[in-house]
Design a protein around this ligand. Structure first.
Ligand code: C5P
Length: 228
């Protein structure tokens, strides 16, 4: 299991300072919408300059018509990131088109599909999709798997079931992790490290429990020791 630290801080300098603090650790860094819209490609380059071994997950959750998504995916691959994602609800055609385009390029990154955002509780999810989260997450994951996508973003509680319905090699990345039962903030379906491990999550995403802590490096080391 790999740790992916969410760089969701208010300023570029804050994100870079956090990366500096964590520069000797074997971690992935997740660059999300706010940071990428504000700081763009230079941020990615500066993160790699801090430690070339940092792996970067560009979390932009693409959702559009197939050709627009494939064009965007091609531009993302040109950024040399190690992983990016799309929404599974964009449909099989869109995911297949993205994967055809990405696989034709040299050094294609890992591509994940978002199933159900972990901020959804069952009632608000069903209000949109008319299906319980657990069922729909498996359906979305199956669509993604059969479209050639490498894995999904899902809650830790769905990881094992998704692997059972697809493949044990189909990757799961699980946000909403509160490693040692910290405050859940706006996340509805939080899980701790034990749940993530029991559910065979391949990547855990942790943001606020790390960057809101007075000593982020100590939290990261404690997590890495626990999942080693
Ligand atoms: O601070 P926290 O640990 O809750 O951060 C979780 C991160 O994972 C945020 O950047 C959020 O956008 C992202 N994320 C999520 N749920 C998803 C996909 C991404 O929380 N399904």
């Amino acid at each position: 299991m790999k740790l992916c630290v969410a760089l969701d801080l208010a300023e570029k300098s804050d994100n870079l300072a956090l990366a500096h603090t964590l520069k000797s650790e074997d971690i992935w860094l997740k660059v999300g919408l706010r940071s990428f819209i504000r700081d763009g490609k230079p941020l990615l380059e500066e993160l790699k300059a801090i430690n070339p071994s940092f792996k970067i997950f560009l979390d932009l959750k693409l959702h559009d018509i197939p050709n627009t998504m494939a064009d965007a995916a091609e531009s993302i691959v040109a950024l040399n990131v190690d992983m990016f994602n799309v929404h599974a609800s964009s449909g099989r055609k869109a995911m297949q088109t993205v994967m055809q385009r990405v696989n034709a390029l040299s050094n294609p990154p890992i591509v994940l599909a978002v199933t159900a955002l972990t901020s959804f509780d069952n009632a608000s999810f069903e209000a949109i999709y008319r299906t319980p989260i657990a069922q729909k997450a498996v359906d979305f994951a199956t669509d993604a798997y059969e479209s050639g996508i490498h894995g999904v973003v899902c809650s830790a509680y769905e990881s094992l079931d998704i692997k059972a319905h697809t493949s044990e090699h189909f990757l799961t990345l699980t946000p909403g992790i509160r490693p040692f039962n910290e405050a859940s903030n706006d996340q509805e379906r939080v899980a701790d490290l034990k749940v993530a491990e029991a559910q065979k999550s391949d990547f855990i995403v942790v943001g606020r429990p790390i960057y809101h802590h007075a000593d982020p490096l100590s939290v990261v080391r404690k997590i890495l020791e626990s999942i080693a």
